[in-house]
Design a protein around this ligand. Structure first.
Ligand code: CP
Ligand code: NVA
Length: 326
């Protein structure tokens, strides 16, 4: 995979995704046993975040530093990107200084453009369409907790056409999983992507379903996964409609009760499960809801593996860096 960009799972074969997960497991065990070897000594990476981040940014920084690489952070203010310098010129500027570029922003087209002109690997740290590094961490966590991906039923609940809905759909299809997307019809992924996932599923043996009724969708689920109802970049005024559309889809004890007894709960984070955030408090003041996509009870329960997912972000992002640069 040396020299390749990591922009979306659609660009990678089942075997390549499997290879990245296996490498991440090895890197995790090396780190835990104080046996990590630095494969990226002397490399310089630039991390562009046009949207906020805790987990992804820190995973890139820790992963790079563990492997001996240096990082430069370009945040929402302070660079010329998009203001005085086009994305194509930015690609050519950074391509002359760095060995790899992480990019988080709105547009998938923009990151594809960046990768086309940079001449060095570009890694997708989230766009409105896809969040592929997250999926590697999630799949690694599922294997650690439940075993083979192809033996699991994964149900994604909530905003089905967000970066997480889209990426889990493609990831599950690629890895031959039993996958159900549970959301209201208005929030199903776009038709083209559904067709693509179903095509992939024919080759991998994946089972792909779309449901609107929680009880039916969650039956026999091994994994229940949700994400925020409104993503970064969507305007606050949209909360009203989104809450209306999704309030019956909150992952709470009742919904978890439809899944298998030993099902795990997953979330890519950040999560609205209490009032201890500014936005959570503002939503409470306007709409009276204390918890949104997941109840605090489920988030804090034994079934929840959300912080294992976060830790695996480091190992899987490191795996991508080593595979494409090492
Ligand atoms: N899951 C994830 O991408 O989190 P951050 O927004 O904190 O990076
Ligand atoms: N769908 C969320 C994912 C955050 C990691 C967002 O884009 O805000």
């Amino acid at each position: 995979m040396k020299g390749r960009s990591f922009l979306k799972l659609l660009d990678f074969s089942t075997e390549e995704i499997r290879g990245l997960i296996e490498l991440a497991k090895d890197l995790k065990s090396d780190k835990k046993n104080n046996m990590e070897k630095q494969n990226l000594k002397g490399k310089n990476l630039v991390l562009i975040f046009e949207k906020d981040s805790t987990g992804t940014r820190c995973a890139f920084e820790v992963g790079a530093l563990d492997q001996g690489a240096r990082t430069t952070y370009l945040g929402t203010v302070g660079s010329q990107i998009g203001k005085k310098e086009s994305i194509i010129d930015t690609a050519r500027v950074l391509g002359r200084m760095f060995d790899g570029i992480e990019y988080r922003g709105s547009s998938q087209e923009k990151i594809e453009e960046l990768a086309k002109h940079a001449g060095i690997p570009v890694w997708n740290g989230l766009t409105d369409k896809f969040h592929p590094t997250q999926i590697l961490a999630d799949f690694m966590t599922i294997e650690e907790k439940k075993g083979n991906l192809s033996e699991q039923k994964l149900v994604y609940v909530g905003d089905g056409r967000s970066n997480m809905g889209n990426s889990l759909l493609i990831g599950a299809a690629k890895m031959g999983m039993d996958f159900t997307l549970l959301s209201p019809l208005e929030l199903f992924p776009e038709r083209k992507l559904i067709t693509k996932a179903k095509e992939i599923a024919k080759d991998t043996g994946a089972v792909i379903n779309f449901e609107m009724l929680p009880k039916k969708a969650l039956q026999d689920a091994d994994i229940v996964y949700t994400d925020v109802w409104l993503s970064m970049g969507e305007d606050f005024h949209m909360w009203k409609d989104r809450i209306e559309m999704l309030k019956e889809y909150q992952v709470n004890k009742k919904l978890m009760g439809y899944a298998k007894k030993d099902a795990i709960f997953m979330h890519c984070l950040p999560a609205f499960h209490n009032l201890e955030t500014e936005i959570g408090e503002k939503i409470y003041q306007e709409f009276g809801l204390k918890e949104l996509e997941v109840s605090d009870e489920v988030f804090e329960s034994e079934q929840s593996v959300v912080f294992d997912q976060v830790e695996n972000r480091v190992h899987t992002i490191k795996s991508i860096l080593v595979a494409t640069l090492g």
